[in-house]
Design a binder for this molecule. Sequence first.
Ligand SMILES: *Cc1c(COP(=O)(O)O)cnc(C)c1O
Length: 386
Amino acid sequence: MINNSSYRCWAEIDLSALRENLAWIRHQVGLKAKIMTVVKADAYGHGLKEIASHLMNCGTNAFGIANLKEAHDIRTRGEGWPILMLGACIPGEMEYAIQQNVMVTVSTPEEVSSLSRIATQLKKQALIQIKIDTGMGRLGVDISQAYDFIKQTLKLQNSTQSVAIKGIYTHLAAVEDDEKFTQSQLTPFRSLVDQLRKENISLDYIHASSSGGILFENNDLFNTFRPGLITYGIAPSGVRNQTAKIQKFLVPALSLKTRVSLVKNISAGKTLSYGHTFVAPGAMRIATLTAGYGDGYHRAISGRGSVLIHEKMCPILGRITMDQMIVDVSSVEGVSSGDEAVLIGKQGKEEITAALVAEWADTIPWEVLTSISHRVRRIYLGITAS
Ligand SMILES: *Cc1c(COP(=O)(O)O)cnc(C)c1O
């Protein structure tokens, strides 16, 4: 029998936190702006279907995604929501995107012609957003050619109606760290937006800012925002970040938990785990936990991180293995099999943030969240019956 108390590793997701974070984002961007919440990678590991349907009730205006399976999953929870595919479509995807009214990101005239041709065959219109490369380099028409490309595509739109330009956008490459570089991206993009305004070309979606841009930039000319990380309650890390200040306004939605399976005493000289990298300096009490890198808890944290048991920080000893890890509970009273251990989240006054776990793992909080693996059960809390 499997019930809550026998999960070995699970994530608790507080839906009311997402509601609060979205309300705070709304406050930042204003009532008229469109919030396109980014829910790629299974809603940053929180579970796409549940998060998408919850966000639909919390004031999101649109969704940003990375593949069409995600579009399908969102459509199963609510029809008609604007969805933007943030990556470039590969040829086999275009037909489905057009049929499902998913907005497609385009960077080249070739993509526009393919979409126009397929849309004509399907007797539909391809909804597109033109991506403009101002320094990220991954996608987009170079800013120097953006104006001509937009005008040319508008001509096609007016003559055939096979495509409709719903928006233009760019992506900032170093917004958390490099103010000067960010301005070198935003200044030409703003000029382009200004020029289009002067010509009375109005677009539903004009945007540049993900979480970092929302927090640090002047967004006056834009009508749409693409928050990912802050929606889930985590302030992005970087040198421009006043993490503590921003984090106060955000509520982390996800906690990652596991259990103690075994407690034992060891004596000085005893070695622990693969590679016997840890050697006990004296007598200790240790606990084995039922989570490992197979749950997406990075092996790089071996010997560096801690977990919370009975509201105390317990250092991880030796290497993290696929399904288990060992922690030091010498200074914690009364630990026994079945006790909860927190890998990410709060216990009493103590807290382990995703940002701290990222630091231990030499990575970023985005990767910590999206690494949480499939076998980790997601449990949703804070839902009011609707
Ligand atoms: C992932 C992504 C976002 C969201 O970024 P956060 O830093 O998580 O807010 C926004 N825009 C694009 C193009 C993305 O790929």
